[in-house]
Write a protein that binds this ligand. Structure first.
Ligand code: CA
Length: 221
């Protein structure tokens, strides 16, 4: 399974080696040699995983991790020259999923990338009651009947299904599904929820998404 990976690292020898090995492992790799360029690349490319150098010339890796975490859950693996407890704590607080201290073996990095990708983008479909959602194959079923959703509808349903029963506000849904805050007057979330409900109803699924008045939406846990 090919995934899109963004590397943000100013040491070009490391970048070259990582790109080679990750492409060899079948991934699509995009590399950036500065923090600001890296952030812009992450926003544009929406990668499945980010490899981030902690010591960058402009914006620190920890700051990039914090900014990415404000809007999404993309797994982040940090490369660091410092292997002390304070640095580790800072990285984990910033939202890193894993880290490797330099110098590292590239085989270990590729293996850890694989672990994070399986954890975050694993092949097993999600099941909530009669709802089955396969995010990787972009397919949804209700009690065995396939429900044809648009990519955005599927993202929204997958987001709610990530934690059944939990109520998500419209802003949380916007940030995670659209990647940004939509104008306050926008009713795009409600429109998408209405479309998903209508398509689920056609397949026999009633009351799958709950409206919590004044708060947001939840999938029935
Ligand atoms: Ca560096």
């Amino acid at each position: 399974m090919a995934h899109r990976i963004v590397i943000v690292e100013d040491d070009l020898d490391i970048t070259r080696l990582l790109t080679l090995e990750l492409e060899e492992a079948g991934h699509e790799v995009h590399a950036f040699d500065g923090g600001m360029r890296g952030l812009a690349g992450i926003r544009e490319l929406k990668p499945d995983l980010i490899v981030l150098d902690l010591g960058l010339p402009d914006v620190s890796g920890a700051e990039i991790a914090r900014r990415v975490r404000r809007t999404d859950a993309t797994p982040i693996l940090i490369l660091t020259a410092a292997d002390d407890v304070a640095t580790k704590v800072e990285m984990l607080n910033a939202g890193a999923d894993d880290y490797l201290a330099k110098p590292f073996h590239v085989e270990e990095l590729v293996a850890r990338v694989g672990v994070q990708l399986r954890k975050h983008h694993g092949g097993a479909p999600t099941t909530v009651g009669d709802l089955t959602l396969d995010a990787m194959r972009k397919q949804v079923w209700w009690a065995g009947t396939e429900v044809k959703l648009s990519p955005r509808e599927l993202d929204l349903l997958a987001f709610l299904a990530g934690q059944p029963g939990r109520v998500y506000s419209r802003v949380e849904i916007e940030r995670n599904v659209w990647g940004e805050d939509l104008p306050p007057t926008s009713n795009v979330v409600d429109v998408h929820v209405a479309n998903i409900r209508s398509k689920l109803r056609d397949a026999g699924g009633f009351g799958v998404i709950r409206t919590v008045r004044g708060v947001g939406y939840a999938i029935k846990g």
